[in-house]
Ligand binder design. Sequence first.
Ligand SMILES: [Zn+2]
Length: 415
Amino acid sequence: MTDVDLVITASRLVTPKGPAPLTGDRLRDLRVVGDALVAVDDGVIVDAGERDAIERRYGALARLDLPGQAIVPGFVDPHTHALFVGSRADEVVLRQEGRSYMEVLTAGGGILRTVRAVRAASDGELIMETLERLDRMLAHGTTTAEVKTGYYLQPEGELRLLEVIGSLDHPVDIVPTFMGAHAVPPEFEGNAPGYIDSLLGVIPRAAAMASFCDVFCEAGAFDLEQSRRVLEAARSVGMGLKVHADEIEPLGGAGLAAELRARSAEHLLAASEEDLKAMAREGVVAVLLPATSYVLMKGRYADARRMIELGLPVALATDLNPNCWCESMQTVISLAVYKMRMHPDEALAAATLNAAHAIDMADDVGSIEVGKRADIVAIDAPDHFHIPYRLGGNIVTHVIKGGDIVVDRRMAPCF
Ligand SMILES: [Zn+2]
C-alpha cells in the first residue's frame, strides 16, 4: 500500500482524454468512470479509476468522499480581460436601445471608459478588484485562467499591467497575455499605425513577462497589416500568438492567425469558411465566447457545429471584461449548449482540455489523468449533463487545486 496525500472518491468521474487538442469525434470521447477514486500526491494525480479496482493500493493522509456527486477537471478559462477597475453596468441599456459596440466606443464609452478608470487606479486598486473576481471564478470552478492587459493603451502602462498580473497571488493559475493593441488610444486617434510603432518598442520587454501577445483585429481597431506587425514582432521574441478575429466584420483575422500559426483565434463569428479551413490545417484553436454574443443582444453566435465539422479544435472562454461580466465557465457551457448546440460532452472538453491547449497548459491541466496537476471540481449533481442544464446557478461544491481543497461550499448556507 502506498501512502498518498489525498484520496477523492465520487459517484462519477468525467474527463476528456489527452493528448490535446481534441477535434471532431474525439471532443465527445470522454472517459466516464462510475464509483471512481482519484489518488493525489504532491499535488499531482497518481491514479484515477474504478474505486473497487484501486482503493486497496492507497493509504491516504486525507480523504474527500463525495457520494452522489460527479467530479470533472477544473475549468480552464483561456480568454479573460479580468484586470480592470469599475464597471459599465449602465451600458446594458444603451445596447438595448440598439447602439452597437463601435457606437458606444466612439461616443467615449466602452473600452475607453475603462481605460480612463484603469489609468487613474493605483496598483492596489487594480489588484484588489481583480483578486475579488478571481475568488468568484475559483468558487465557480475555474482553476486556471488567462488574463490580458489592454486597458492602459500606452506602452509603459501596458508593461505596468503585466507587472500587476505577475504580482497577483491567488490559487487560480494565471497565464499572462500582452494586449497593448486592444484599441487605438485617444492620444493616437486616427493614427493606429503610430500607436503600433510605439508598442513595438516594448514587445521584447513584454515577452519577459507574458506568454502570449494578442491583437484586436477588427474594423475600428487594428487592420490586418497593423495586426500582423504586432504579431510578427511578438513571434520574433518567442511569444505565442492570439488574435481577436472576425468578431463583427470578416476582416480576415482568422486567416492571419492561420498564416502566422497563432495558438488561437477568438470570437470568429464572421470568419470565412476558407479561413476556418486554414485554421483547421494549422491546428489553431478556435476560442469561442458565447457570453459576449449573449450580452451584445444581436442573436449571433459563432458556428461551433461547422467548426467542429471542419476539424477545428474548439475551446470555450468567458471573455470576462467590463462589457461582459461573466466569471462562470458553467454559464459559458450552458450558452455553448443552448445557443451554439454543442453537445454537453463537447462543451466540457472545450472548457477544460482544449481550453488548456489554447494557453499551452494542456501538459499540466485540463483533464483528470495520471501525471497531471490535481485540479478537480466536484459538482452537486450525478453527472456533467447538469452543468449546462442547471442554468445560471453554481453547482460546484468543491474545488481542488494542486491537491489542496481550496473551496468547500458544502458547509455554506444555502438560500
Ligand atoms: Zn476578448
